[in-house]
Ligand binder design. Structure first.
Ligand code: FES
Ligand SMILES: [Fe+2]
Length: 381
């Protein structure tokens, strides 16, 4: 009825032939990664302005002239669907004297954008078209003027942007990497539809939020998952891929027997993919959550949580049943994410504490250690 992802010829990721925990070992790391404003400035320049960031669902900008705003780490961008079906993205900064010239968050059927200050107009690619009283300007100042371009691409039904621009950004697919493209590709996310998206303003670094999705150690205490789940989760396999991205596969205790029979992680496990620096796919066989902590400042984050499901015939009782189950799961998940949010509030209290100096990480928290090493490597250039 709806698509059921299966492993097919994708490599085995769980089972007796697999090394579950990479040879990384326990480690410690400084807490400054979460609170140092100097590091955050370097991150803005060397990481957040050079990597691919999740910006929207493709379905949010479906028709020609549909557009959506995206803001992250002090940058403000507009993404617009062109008449030929492609996307263009550009900084939402008026070239006259600097304000954002697109003032709303989202819209449909635009043919141009008009700055509310003096009325300069921009086409759907961000080029300056109209300048009232143009005669008063030096023509050289206006020649070929445009709002700087941002690289934009689509994969998995998602719109991604890269602030390095179209000439300098690596391709989106090379950034995600073959292993994740193939493994996550089994879910056919292009065909899925948005059920809901939630937003929280959280008082900690986006990296602290990503950390929470790079381990499952906290699920026993914080999320009360139960001993069977915890026991089964010790067989989770952790993968560092593509130098900067991560995967992990958590066996679902209810399906241990089926899993041992065919080691099909897509069918019987929770599959988890992190695309550096801040996009996390949490895949269940029937639906997917995407966790997307967007940096606002060194210790402030807009945390988006997306839920996508498979489409179907709303008049079909079987699809109605599927949708009701997905809604019920989503309602439970909102409670779970609320528990994570409570921890960010506790982390907020220790942001300036002299007693918080380092994290002590176990070997199953190795993705956290590696994530911050990747960040440091990129900052060093
Ligand atoms: S600042 Fe935009 S038109 Fe003047
Ligand atoms: Fe959690």
């Amino acid at each position: 009825m709806v698509h059921v992802p299966t492993r097919g010829d994708v490599p085995v990721r769980l089972g007796p032939s697999i090394q579950n925990v990479p040879d990384y070992g326990p480690s410690v790391m400084s807490r400054t990664a979460y609170t140092d404003p100097v590091q955050f400035e370097l991150e803005r320049e060397k990481v957040l302005n050079t990597t691919w960031l999740l910006a929207a669902r493709s379905e949010q900008v479906r028709g020609a002239g549909d557009w959506i705003s995206f803001e992250s780490h002090g940058e403000t961008i507009v993404i617009a669907r062109q008449p030929d079906g492609s996307l263009a993205a550009f900084h939402n900064v008026c070239m006259h004297r600097g304000p954002s010239f697109v003032t709303e968050w989202q819209g449909c059927g635009a043919t141009q954008f008009t700055c509310p200050y003096h009325g300069w107009t921009y086409d759907l690619t961000g080029k300056v078209k109209g300048v009232p009283e143009r005669i008063d300007f030096d023509p050289e100042h206006l020649k070929g003027l445009r709002s700087p371009q941002v690289a934009v691409d689509e994969w998995g039904g998602w719109v991604w942007v890269n602030l390095a621009g179209p000439d300098r950004a690596p391709s989106l697919t090379s950034w995600i990497g073959d292993e994740i493209l193939i493994d996550l590709g089994r879910y056919d996310m292009d065909d899925m539809v948005l059920l809901d998206v939630l937003e929280w303003d959280v008082p900690v670094s986006y990296k602290a939020v990503v950390d929470g999705f790079n381990e499952i150690y906290h699920t026993g205490e914080l999320h009360h998952v139960g001993t069977e789940w915890t026991k089964s989760a010790r067989d989770t396999s952790f993968w560092m891929v593509n130098d900067h991205n991560y995967m992990c596969f958590v066996p679902r205790h209810q399906h241990r027997d089926q899993l041992a029979h065919e080691w099909d992680h897509h069918k019987w496990a929770i599959c988890h993919y992190v695309v550096f620096p801040n996009t996390v796919f949490n895949c269940n066989p029937e639906h997917i959550q995407v966790f997307n902590p967007i940096p606002i400042d060194v210790d402030r984050t807009r945390f988006l949580c997306w839920e996508i499901i498979y489409p179907g015939d709303d008049d079909d009782p079987r699809y109605q049943d599927y949708k009701a189950r997905m809604q019920a799961h989503w309602d439970r998940l909102k409670v779970v994410v609320g528990e994570d949010i409570d921890i960010y509030q506790q982390l907020k209290r220790t942001k300036r504490s002299s007693a918080y100096t380092q994290n002590i990480l176990n070997e199953r928290e190795c993705k956290i250690a590696h994530y911050h090493e990747t960040m440091a490597r990129m900052i060093r250039g």
